[in-house]
Ligand binder design. Structure first.
Ligand code: GLY
Length: 577
């Protein structure tokens, strides 16, 4: 198997450490993370950007600018979110997409809350054991790389539906910046260059002439024009989702599937439908959270974690052994449930009410020993790194949108659709490809998440909106990073509302991750002192120091406007006005 598709070898997007500067205005809170942490924490700086009217924060400054352009034209946050989503498909092909799927969480200023699930689904010809080698009984890597790895894409249908229901502008208007970026091109920066260079296996499929014109990744400073993608986007802009799910784009997609032994058909594309869902509404110490329900595990797992923690509030100070221990034990319990019980609700009965109830959390909290780590039972499930992208949008009226979208792995399955000009996802790998036994990465997946035609694979995406105690929007946040999406999003929120950090500090604060199995507490450098590490080991925690855990982009309401902060550990940009 190639280096690119060894999940443990996948690096987070190249780090781009920015110099901290607050361009305008001030953050709502004043506690500096530097008062808690020394040394390595200062390696990660954050760039807060102020906008009096609106804000977009994403992993591509050009895509954020596309969203802001639509806000300036009078579009609302949903218009801008759809503009940003299509622009990310052009400028951030690592995870931005039209060949993948995602989840959008919407909160309108008039109080309406909605969530749209445009997760990919298993093709009609998918089978439970399609990734198991019949000769050896072992898992192949076909859920990760190549034509069989893709679910039926949902991104175009989902974004168009969100726009139709909550936007104010025509699809062609909000897609205009993306079409321009594809047609006229944009200047490749070092981040895209390094991302392509680090994912050279992309070149084994079509698209290599575009991204590796001389055999090397397209160099920084080069203008990257994507004529096929521009053509596809123009068709979608003119015809709506029918321009993607039927007609020449669909035919190009299906022809490439057939050529490479994939199973997605015209019928699969024609049948794809996004699902409107009711966001999970929960509270934490007077704040209200709107999070994503299944087919993502993000909202249930975050809610369960925060409900457990609420029993110990106010929490011990950031960086202390007490805080780290409680956070770990809460994550452990929530992930045990996540891994066993969550899946596509159209196929599996998911106990959402119970898992998100305060009484259940109280019961779980009562099992936490304040001085000792609990061991995770051996048969529970684990999950590993994936690459995704989150963006947050706010407008002048107070409408906000929190969206996470993905191809799953960086550049998805590596399959690029000729004439279509886009990468296909490898989302089928988010299913339990061999329920009940470890896969080739040592992961054990639950029966609830087994492959069934038409089923959505379980996600960890957690686009979240937090309301202040007075009911106004406080935070719009989410992350990329597979299961670390859940822990990072929770931690950014806790950093703001428990530890009184500014958004910039909340985003750059070193992160922790525990997902029940492996039974290891992963932590970024500077998360706690050596003395605290010793205490945690004495309590029974296995510690593993690690690099950047996830990739978040957030917005916070402040006096007079919005502060946007893009992931300090990675590339991107917040653009306000
Ligand atoms: N593919 C990453 C996720 O959905 O969690």
């Amino acid at each position: 198997m190639s280096h690119r598709f060894s999940r443990t070898a996948l690096a987070l997007i190249p780090l781009a450490f920015a110099v901290a500067s607050c361009r305008h205005g001030g953050a709502r809170q004043t506690v500096d993370i530097g008062t808690y942490l020394g040394g390595e924490a200062s390696l990660v700086a954050a760039t807060p950007v102020f906008g009096a009217h609106g804000m977009v924060a994403s992993n591509s400054e050009l895509a954020s600018a596309a969203g802001t352009e639509i806000l300036k034209q009078g579009g609302n946050a949903v218009d801008a979110a759809v503009a940003t989503g299509f622009a990310l498909a052009v400028t951030y092909p690592f995870a931005g997409n039209i060949g993948g799927g995602g989840f959008m969480n919407i909160h309108m200023a008039d109080g309406r809350a909605a969530a749209i699930d445009y997760r990919e689904i298993a093709p009609l010809a998918a089978t439970r054991d399609m990734y198991v080698d019949p000769a050896t009984g072992k898992l192949t890597n076909k859920s990760l790389i190549g034509h069989l790895a893709s679910g039926v894409p949902g991104a175009v249908a989902g974004m168009a539906d969100a726009l139709a229901k909550y936007g104010t502008l025509p699809l062609a208007t909000v897609m205009a910046p993306a079409i321009r970026l594809a047609k006229d091109g944009f200047i490749v920066d070092s981040s895209l260059f390094r991302s392509l260079r680090g994912n050279r296996a992309v070149a084994q499929f079509a698209g290599k002439e575009l991204f590796f014109p001389t055999g090397e990744a397209v160099a920084p400073g080069t203008r990257l024009v994507q004529a096929d993608l521009a053509h596809t986007l123009e068709i979608i802009a003119a015809k709506g989702p029918a321009g993607f799910y039927t007609g020449e784009v669909a035919e190009a997609l299906v022809a490439e599937e057939k050529r490479g032994g994939g199973i997605i058909t015209m019928e699969d594309l024609k049948r794809y439908k996004p699902e409107w869902r009711t966001p999970i509404r929960s509270t934490y110490r007077g704040y209200t959270l709107f999070t994503m329900p299944p087919a993502s595990s993000g909202g249930v797992t975050m809610t369960e974690t925060m409900n457990i923690l609420e029993n110990f509030a106010p929490l011990p100070r950031f960086g202390s052994a007490g805080y780290t221990h409680l956070l770990t034990e809460a994550f452990r319990r929530a992930f045990i449930d996540r891994n066993e019980k969550l899946a596509d609700p159209a196929f599996v009965k998911v106990p959402i009410e119970q898992l998100t109830s305060k009484s259940y959390a109280k019961e779980l909290a009562s099992g936490i020993d304040r001085a000792h780590a609990t061991k995770t039972p051996a048969f529970k499930v684990a999950a590993e790194p994936e690459h995704t992208t989150h963006y947050s949008v706010a407008d002048a009226k107070g409408n906000v949108v929190s969206t996470t979208t993905t191809l799953n792995g960086g550049y998805g399955s590596g399959v690029w659709v000729p004439k279509g000009g886009f990468f296909m996802n490898n989302e089928m790998d988010d299913f339990a490809a061999q329920p009940g036994s470890p896969n080739m990465f040592g992961l054990v997946q639950g029966e609830a998440n087994a492959i069934v035609p038409g089923k959505r694979m379980l996600s960890a995406m957690a686009p979240t909106i937090v309301l202040d105690k007075d009911g106004s929007v406080l935070l719009v946040v989410g992350a990329a990073g597979g299961p670390r999406i859940i822990t990072t999003t929770t931690e950014v929120i806790l950093n703001v509302i428990e530890h009184h950090m500014s958004l910039a500090d909340a985003m750059r604060a070193p992160r922790l991750h525990h997902q029940s199995l492996p039974d290891t507490l992963r932590y970024e450098p500077g998360a706690f002192s050596d003395a605290v590490a010793d205490s945690l080991r004495a309590m029974g925690h296995a510690l593993q120091r690690t690099g950047g855990l996830a990739n978040a982009n957030g917005i916070m309401r402040v006096n007079g406007g919005w502060i946007g902060v893009r992931e300090p550990r990675s590339a991107g940009g917040a653009v306000g006005y």
